[in-house]
Design a protein around this ligand. Structure first.
Ligand SMILES: Cc1ncc(COP(=O)(O)O)c(C=O)c1O
Length: 444
């Protein structure tokens, strides 16, 4: 089915009598504030790139469940695959009674992940869990404790995930102490005056001041920092990391939790680089809305952990695995890598054309459909979080759901489903343009 033929319901298919305001006060009473919630409306139904709340209001979803629905909400093929699996079995615990679909998915990932060497894949449930396990595997394989991560990085909310994350508030606030032997170097960010040479120098300095490189198990990085602000890792930086790792016997881990599954215009963002990582994490759009994550890597490294050392009760859940098979087929059949580039170019073109009218727009960037716009005080590189928030709020008032990111919360990231219909995409771009112009005070 082509994306423009996809069903577009006008209202929720079920009568829900409860109202958003009532649910909000019940939420505040029943759930902790630490589970921060962005929207004040509650989901009733979603289809491809549109979402309806319980009062029947429609929004165009450029958040996609935080990069989870690259294949859109409820893609018919995913729904069909999960339904078929529901009729077979929903859970056996793969480590107790295994199933073929897990093995077949591992084979597909091994074949398609970067690197011309024998690979193995293990599945988990969340992105943070994939990161945890990548570090476990790296430590088991090298016999070393140290890990180097980068400022601005986001690697999850578990203890090791937090330790690796390079942004304090809100992720690390009041939750320490964190696991030891984790060090941070600055991530290259030319817009804010950090060059690749600066980052590499900082790593060399870590080796002198904090940890002997022979005690470092892994360097973990995001090919495009996600939560940190959609900053792509420069090619020369990734090449230099690979060289550094080779020199010191350190493993290179690419965290592709947010960048994977066609978002950047390739199946994995590492396909944009001429170097390959030793281990790679994935999650989010892997299973199109069902919880599934994975670690793929060199077979010898992946086998370093002893039997029983990896896994989890729900790890590689059969419903999620069925969805992931459908996701991989959809990406091929609907040419979603090409579509990511096409949509990303259209969005970047539209934003760039507005730069003269919106002086706060300091940068428009991102590979494929992993696009972001960064706002700074006009003529400076001083982050403008207030302007960013106002654009986001205005867009939402007009029916477009956008996400903010960046260490200074001054970046809007666009995570539209890559299956979005052209008409819905154009409608979203018009809303975005209006929101930008209105926020800057130019008559829309
Ligand atoms: C690069 C990266 N790693 C890890 C995570 C953690 O994933 P999860 O929230 O599924 O635990 C995220 C989540 O945004 C991410 O973007």
């Amino acid at each position: 089915m082509c994306r423009d033929e996809r069903e577009r319901p006008n209202e929720p298919n079920q009568e829900i009598s409860v109202k958003n305001a009532e649910l909000k006060s019940r939420k505040d009473a029943a759930t902790p504030r630490g589970v921060g919630v962005m929207c004040d409306f509650y989901a009733a139904r979603a289809e491809n790139a549109e979402l309806w709340d319980i009062e029947g209001r429609r929004v165009i979803d450029f958040a996609a469940g935080i990069a989870v629905c690259n294949t859109g909400h409820r893609h018919p093929k995913i729904v069909e695959a999960v339904r078929a699996q529901l009729d077979q079995f929903t859970h056996t615990a793969y480590q107790i009674v295994p199933y073929a679909s897990y093995v077949e998915l591992a084979e597909k990932i091994n074949q398609r992940a970067p690197g011309d060497y024998p690979k193995k894949t293990a599945f988990f449930t969340t992105g943070a869990e994939a990161v945890e396990n990548a570090i476990k595997i790296a430590r088991a394989a090298t016999g070393r404790p140290g890990v180097i991560a980068f400022t601005g990085a986001f690697h999850g909310r578990t203890m090791m995930g937090m330790a690796l994350t390079g942004k304090v508030a809100p992720y690390k606030l009041n939750f320490g102490p964190f696991p030891a032997d984790v060090f941070h170097a600055p991530f290259p960010n030319p817009l804010h005056g950090v060059t690749t040479a600066d980052s590499l120098k900082a790593i060399e300095h870590l080796f002198k001041a904090d940890i002997d490189p022979k005690r470092v198990a892994a360097i973990i990085f995001e090919p495009v920092q996600g939560e940190g602000g959609f900053y792509p890792a420069p090619a020369e930086f990734v090449r230099a990391l690979r060289k550094l790792c080779n020199e010191h016997g350190i493993l290179l881990i690419a965290d592709e939790v947010q960048t994977g599954f066609a978002r950047t215009g390739k199946l994995f963002a590492m396909h944009h680089y001429d170097v390959v990582p030793d281990l790679m994490t994935m999650a989010k759009s892997l299973a199109g809305g069902l919880p599934l994550s994975g670690v793929v890597g060199r077979a010898d490294l992946m086998d370093a952990a002893a039997p029983g050392g990896l896994g989890g009760t729900y790890a590689g859940n059969p419903l999620a695995v069925a969805a992931a098979h459908a996701v991989l087929s959809i990406i091929d059949e609907e040419k979603l890598c090409e579509r990511a580039v096409e949509l990303g170019d259209r969005l970047k073109g539209r934003l760039s054309a507005l730069q003269a009218e919106v002086p706060q727009m300091a940068d428009v960037r991102g590979p494929g459909g992993m696009v972001a716009v960064e706002f700074c005080k006009p003529g400076t590189s001083e982050p403008d979080a207030d302007f960013t928030k106002r654009v986001q709020t205005r867009a939402l008032e007009r029916g477009l759901l956008l996400l903010v990111c960046g260490v200074y919360s001054n970046v809007i990231r666009f995570l539209f489903p890559l299956t979005i219909q052209d008409a819905v995409f154009d409608e979203a771009l018009a809303i975005l343009e209006d929101a930008l112009k209105e926020t800057v005070g130019v008559a829309a």
